[in-house]
Design a protein around this ligand. Structure first.
Ligand SMILES: [Zn+2]
Ligand SMILES: [Zn+2]
Length: 342
């Protein structure tokens, strides 16, 4: 029997329709396309990308070995130069508001080798990638007029990647994106009513219930959310209340990068070559929402497609109940490594 579930954060309804998983087109793995041209992200081809904004491990004099490299996006969605748009700045009041397209758009190249998935990185590269995520968000937080920074990954063509080599992107914007605004409003409302952070409340509930738990470590918890929009969606949160991802400490980044590789290896064992996205939700740079917002990372394997119903209704149909998905991921994690651990 299908079921409607309401997500406490977005307020959106999700339709869990397990029967739809029986359809032959569900859960097919995507073909892999290999590039023939030289890869601009591989070691030796650094000249094909702009000069690095940061290099990890932090470069010492005369050494050009790198594990992770951050560069400006060659084809940015927003421009970092101010005053490039001399149209009238419409600060509101009018119906259709316009602002100049100011922002930062950066790429985190996550390995000097041609690794495709975050799961294929060495543990050192995975760790440095998370350090780079933190540092770039911190740099953006300290750079007004940026109001928000979104870090996201597109892995494989089916998840929107145009280059195969493992990388993530960070976009710094002068506006707060809608999904963050929606979560902030729900969190503020819950805090006003219950005097508590809704994310802390949800993760305590998931830990106690256990049926949707994927993994818990000393400082993090990973579970399939109750109203998962996507099949095998996984959320990762710090157990202790923390609003700012850019304040995470090095040893926490080590722990979370390990946990991420475990989860992604399990997903790739269940669905070989699965395209996936993940993104970090952290507090807006004005920091006025510390008490009730809680940073987290959402991982979304692109197993099913979003089509007319999802776009038209703003409501998702998910063929995999999160309880079943969590159970399958736990089994995949417990049945031995699928990839060689470097
Ligand atoms: Zn490459
Ligand atoms: Zn919290």
């Amino acid at each position: 029997m299908p079921e409607y579930r309401r997500d406490p954060l977005s307020g959106s309804w999700v339709i869990l329709a397990r029967e739809r998983a029986e359809r032959p087109s569900e859960f097919v793995s995507q073909p892999v396309h290999r590039r023939l041209e030289p890869c601009p992200f591989c070691a030796g081809n650094e000249r094909l990308t702009p000069d690095p904004l940061a290099i990890y491990p932090p470069r010492t004099a005369g050494e050009d070995e790198w594990q992770v490299r951050v560069v400006a996006n060659k084809y940015p969605a927003l421009l970092a130069a101010e005053g490039t748009d001399d149209r009238e700045h419409d600060g509101g009041g009018k119906l259709c508001e316009v602002r100049p397209g100011f922002g930062w758009h950066e790429v985190v190249v996550e390995s000097p080798q041609h690794a495709v998935s975050f799961a294929d990185l060495t543990s050192a590269q995975a760790h440095w990638a998370f350090v780079a995520y933190r540092d770039r968000l911190r740099a953006m937080a300290e750079s007004p007029p940026l109001a928000y920074g979104l870090l996201f990954k597109n892995c494989r063509g089916g998840a929107g990647a145009t280059l195969e080599h493992s990388h993530s992107q960070v976009v710094g914007m002068v506006v707060i994106p809608t999904s963050i605004r929606v979560e902030l409003d729900a969190a503020a409302e819950f805090y006003g009513r219950q005097g508590k952070c809704i994310f802390c409340h949800l993760s305590e509930r998931e830990l106690a219930d256990g049926s949707r738990m994927v993994l818990s470590t000393e400082r993090f918890v990973a579970f399939c959310p109750f109203a998962s929009r996507f099949a095998y969606e996984v959320w990762v949160l710090p157990r202790q209340h923390a609003a700012r991802f850019d304040m995470v400490k090095l040893d926490e980044l080590e722990e979370i990068s390990r946990l991420f590789q475990q989860i992604l290896r399990a997903l790739e064992k269940i669905f070989p070559q699965v395209p996936y996205n993940f993104w970090i939700h952290t507090v807006p740079f004005d920091r006025s929402t510390h008490d009730y917002y809680h940073w987290h990372i959402e991982i979304v394997p692109r197993i099913t497609t979003q089509a007319g119903f999802e776009w038209g209704a703003g409501c998702f149909m998910n063929p995999a109940a999160p309880e079943d998905a969590a159970d399958t991921i736990r089994s995949a994690m417990n049945s031995g490594p699928s990839t060689v651990n470097h």
